[in-house]
Design a protein around this ligand. Structure first.
Ligand code: IMO
Ligand code: MG
Length: 428
């Protein structure tokens, strides 16, 4: 068995796409297990920037099988558009892509409902990506969802869709006073999309399990991050799926004991998009420096990300949740111009030290981070490819992060280019 899970340990955007893509060249299969088009995984292919939302980040690597597992929610229109987009970038999408029969569909009414809900929340809005993720998972759990397997035969799908869309139109018009969706137009557009996706729809459970049983290298690509997990994140400012490594089993049908090793990805600093507590958020001036140097604008929504420092309390919490065995640090080069780097080593609240990450946002909003200042290296690290290429102070920063996290660092990324990475230890 040789599975490797790549998950985020912060609030998403840790660089999971680049890391998955990096390891994909040594993998046989890449599997997405949760989330949907809310993800924005940026990868550099032949020097060109390509963003994946639904397709596994291994799709650009020839010979790698890509699976969208049953824990994902798929917007079929977005997927078809993305397939066309990656093809226009010279990437082949054919038999290398499989979409599980149990994967739930995100329909336009999910987005419309989310739009209305977010508006209704007023100043308590979550700041979602408006990709219909929450409403689609809600339908899944209330057992009203439509799944990829339902698309075939289309006539049966048609009546299910008409029923679901009719119910959602009632909610949209009567509860939210919003415009209803045109159901017959939706059915017709789904007919085209369904034809495009049908060749890829299959029962993927045995495909993934057999690959593992045969000793193939299988990468499980997480989306979002531990602090956005529906059960353990900063609820309600979270996404609607299990973003930790624990999500792999229900998201793929692989039993927990067979999943394999877990690598956690963290930025050399921290970012967050959307609302919710963020104890180590930097002051606007320093936040802007990181934001500009790190091009911290959402890959899905284009929103500027909130930027701050590494939070070791949150990181330890995320590592414990996912059982992270090795860390991969990304965007180290963004800190090349920071003279001293604050790192949060603990929290204080009401004059007391807190040793664990609070489980409620009210407390998290009140914590005062305890900072330690680490000397910056003020040297360009973007050209580093081997451990010896890194300045001593950058190495010292990484060693300090390892101490605080209690886990060693397997690799560090120093730029957007696909080879801009320094490996300390091979994970695959
Ligand atoms: P990747 O895979 C960063 C955030 C949204 C919002 C909250 C809920 O690129 O790391 P949702 O649309 O999921 O219901 O929004 O979660 N969010 C992300 N933030 N990266 C992501 O994905 C995210 N996916 C969702 O900004 O705060
Ligand atoms: Mg993102």
């Amino acid at each position: 068995m040789s599975g490797l899970v790549v998950v985020g340990t912060q609030w998403g955007d840790e660089g999971k796409g680049k890391i998955t893509n990096y390891y994909a060249s040594r993998a046989d299969m890449v599997v997405r297990f949760q989330g949907g088009a809310n993800a924005g995984h940026t990868v550099t292919v032949d020097g060109k920037k390509v963003v994946f939302h639904l397709l596994p980040s291994g799709i650009s690597v020839r010979g790698v099988k890509c699976v969208i597992g049953p824990g994902v929610v798929v917007d079929p229109f977005a997927l078809v558009e993305e397939m066309d987009y990656v093809r226009s970038n010279g990437i082949d999408v054919g038999e290398n892509l499989m979409l599980d029969v149990g994967t739930h569909l995100v329909m336009p009414y999910h987005k419309a409902v989310e739009e209305a809900e977010e508006k209704g929340r007023g100043k308590h809005a979550i700041g979602t990506t408006r990709r219909g993720i929450g409403p689609a998972y809600s339908d899944r759990y209330s057992r009203e969802g439509l799944r990829c397997g339902d698309l075939i035969p289309f006539d049966r799908f048609r009546s299910k869709l008409e029923e679901s869309a009719g119910r959602k139109n009632e909610i949209l018009t009567k509860l939210y006073g919003a415009e209803p969706l045109n159901v017959s137009e939706l059915v017709e557009s789904m007919r085209d999309v369904s034809e495009r996706l049908s060749p890829h729809i299959a029962d993927t459970l045995n495909t993934v399990r057999s690959a593992l049983a045969e000793g193939q290298n299988v990468l499980f690509e997480g989306a979002q991050g531990a602090l956005l997990d529906i059960g353990f994140g900063t609820y309600p400012f979270v996404t609607s799926s299990h973003t930790t490594a624990a999500g792999v089993a229900p998201g793929t049908g692989v039993p927990p004991k067979d999943i394999g090793r877990v690598a956690g990805v963290a930025k050399a600093y921290t970012t967050r998009v959307g609302a919710g507590p963020f104890p180590t958020e930097a002051d606007p001036e320093r936040s802007k420096i990181i934001c500009d140097r790190g091009a911290e604008y959402g890959a899905t929504t284009g929103r500027p990300r909130r930027c701050g420092w590494v939070d070791a309390v949150a990181l330890r919490y995320a590592i414990a949740l996912s059982g992270v065995e090795r860390l991969i640090i990304t965007k180290l080069d963004v800190l090349d111009a920071v003279e001293t780097i604050p790192v949060c080593t603990g929290y204080r609240v009401d004059g007391r030290n807190l040793s664990t990450f609070p489980r409620d946002v009210e407390t998290l909003e009140r914590v005062e981070p305890v900072y330690e200042e680490v000397q910056g290296w003020m040297t360009d690290t973007s050209g580093a490819r081997r451990p010896d290429d890194l300045p001593d102070r950058a190495v010292a920063y990484l060693r300090r992060l390892e101490e605080l996290a209690g886990v060693s660092i397997a690799a560090v990324s120093v730029g957007a280019a696909s080879d801009a990475i320094v490996e300390f230890e091979s994970l695959l």
